[in-house]
Structure formats: structure tokens, C-alpha cells
Ligand binder design. Structure first.
Ligand code: A2H
Length: 252
């Protein structure tokens, strides 16, 4: 855990098609554009998004943003955003609707900068309600948690009550590292013999190794900053996304 404030990039994933269980949200937002808002520390990896995760035990709100937008995230995150100039009214949280994480599963959303521009919302066990927005965009090439969870879902779609079509996108190489090659997460999951998303101790170790190697030794393989070191690309991708209205800065 970081000691100082954590600076996230919030990626705005516009809803293209709600799941049946979430469809009634549309009538509650007064014609606003609705986005799932995913907090990430690795904006440079967004080219490799294959899906998005929500917590099945988490309650989400839909909150009024500026410019006739609405954001799906935890109430906690919406309150923090209100004090960072992100809500419709400065300092104020305007909640338009509420929805359980399970009901969002199967919704189709846009993945900003994604090589696959549209992805599905899927369940993850270890999403914390107390961190970020409670929405995690999934990059299985570079996040061991994302890779382990996606692998679980692919192995047992009926157990997780998901359509196999929602997990059809394979991990996409985004950056290359000397130690782990073009896809750090699958390499580390294999090396540390991680069996599932339940192996939280090994996953924490894998996450640390992947993060350090990617940041200090990674080179971009795709996108506008292909060929650049990850250290340089990170801030550039973030700025580019923000400038296009696809992301915003969020700290907690
Ligand atoms: B990261 P930190 Cl490619 N619960 O984004 C669990 N995990 C959460 C979360 C929550 N409520 N909110 C955000 N996260 C994830 C990309 C990524 C991330 C890659 C590699 C590593 C990585 C794609 N998923 O994180 O505890 C988000 O996943 C490892 C550091 O605040 C976010 O960045 O340090 C990261 O954890 C924030 O974790």
C-alpha cells in the first residue's frame, strides 16, 4: 500500500448495451451518457483491455457528472470525485440510481484506446469496495490478477454464470520486457504456479514483479507511443486519453 495519495487514471468506459438486469438504469439518468469508470495505475496498458471487472458483492451508484454524463462507481469514489471537481456540482454528490455489481455483468462497454474497442463486464472476487472506483478494467497481458481471473472465468463459465462469448478476447501484447517477454502476467502466473484468482499471496508477488519490470524495463509494442520506454509512455498515454475526454485524474 502506498503511503501518500494514490494518483489514478479513471478510464471512462461508455455503456454500449446494458445487460437485461441493468436496462432500467437508462430510464433513471435523464438521457445522460452512462460510463463505467475504472481506476487504473497503468494507463499505458489500456490498448490491451479485454474486459472489465466489477465486484459481485459491491453496490454501485450512478452519479451525475458534467456535460450530461453519468458515472457508475462506488458512492465512496463519487464523494471523493465531488471534491476533485469531477461531479456535476462541485462538492456535491448527485446519485441518480443504484445497482448491484452482479446486475452489470454481461453489459457491453467501450474500452478507450483498446485494440478491441468494445468489451464485456465480468465478475471478479477480489475487487475491493474501499479502493479506486470499484470498477477495474482488465488487461490480462500485464496484470496477474486480471489474467488469473479471466482464466478462471474461461474454465468455468457456467459456474460464474457468464456467456463464453464474453470471455472470447485473448490477452493482447502491449509492452515487451527483458525478463518476462511480451506478456508479463501469463509468464508470471505460470512461473509462480498460480492456479486461480484465489491464490492471493502469490498474486501479490506476481503483481509487484510485473509492475516493476514493466515500469523500469518495458518498451511499448503498440499504440501512438510504440517503441518508447513505458516510463515515458505512461504520462503521454494518460495525457492523450484525458485530452480526448476518455479519462480523468482521480486521487485518494
Ligand atoms: B491496474 P493499488 Cl495492466 N480492487 O490497472 C482491486 N483492484 C483494483 C481496484 C479495486 N477496487 N481498483 C483498481 N484495482 C487494480 C491495470 C493494471 C493494474 C495492470 C497491471 C497492474 C495493475 C489493469 N487492470 O495494478 O492497490 C487496478 O489494476 C497493480 C498495481 O491502488 C489498478 O491498476 O496499487 C490497481 O489495482 C490499483 O492498485
Amino acid at each position: 500500500e502506498a503511503l501518500g495519495p494514490q494518483e489514478y487514471t479513471c478510464v471512462k468506459m461508455e455503456v454500449v448495451q446494458f445487460s437485461d438486469a441493468a436496462k432500467d438504469l437508462i430510464d433513471k439518468v435523464g438521457g445522460r451518457k452512462i460510463f463505467l469508470v475504472a481506476a487504473t495505475l497503468r494507463p499505458e496498458t489500456m490498448y490491451g483491455q479485454t474486459n472489465c471487472f466489477v465486484g459481485t458483492a459491491i453496490k454501485y451508484g450512478v452519479f451525475a457528472g458534467k456535460d450530461n454524463e453519468a458515472y457508475v462507481c462506488t458512492y465512496r469514489a463519487a464523494r471523493n470525485m465531488a471534491f476533485q471537481g469531477i461531479s456535476e456540482t462541485a462538492g456535491k454528490v448527485t446519485q441518480l440510481a443504484e445497482i448491484e455489481g452482479t446486475k452489470l455483468i454481461g453489459s457491453k462497454i467501450k474500452a478507450p484506446f483498446g485494440i478491441h474497442p468494445e468489451v464485456y463486464v465480468l465478475p471478479m472476487d477480489n475487487v475491493l469496495a474501499t479502493k479506486g472506483t470499484g470498477v477495474v478494467t482488465s488487461v490480462p497481458s500485464d496484470s496477474p490478477d486480471d489474467f488469473a481471473t479471466l482464466t478462471d472465468l474461461r474454465k468455468k463459465p457456467e459456474f460464474y454464470k457468464i456467456d463464453p462469448a464474453w470471455v472470447a478476447i485473448d490477452p493482447i501484447p502491449v509492452l515487451s520486457t527483458p525478463t518476462y517477454g511480451d506478456m508479463s502476467a501469463p509468464a508470471l502466473v505460470k512461473q509462480l504456479k498460480i492456479q486461480s484468482q484465489k491464490d492471493t499471496k502469490q498474486l501479490a508477488e506476481a503483481k509487484e514483479l510485473a509492475y516493476k519490470e514493466g515500469f523500469y524495463a518495458g518498451t511499448m509494442l503498440v499504440g501512438e507511443y510504440k517503441g518508447l520506454p513505458v516510463q515515458e509512455a505512461k504520462t503521454k498515454v494518460r495525457a492523450s486519453m484525458t485530452e480526448k475526454g476518455l479519462a480523468f485524474a482521480y486521487a485518494e
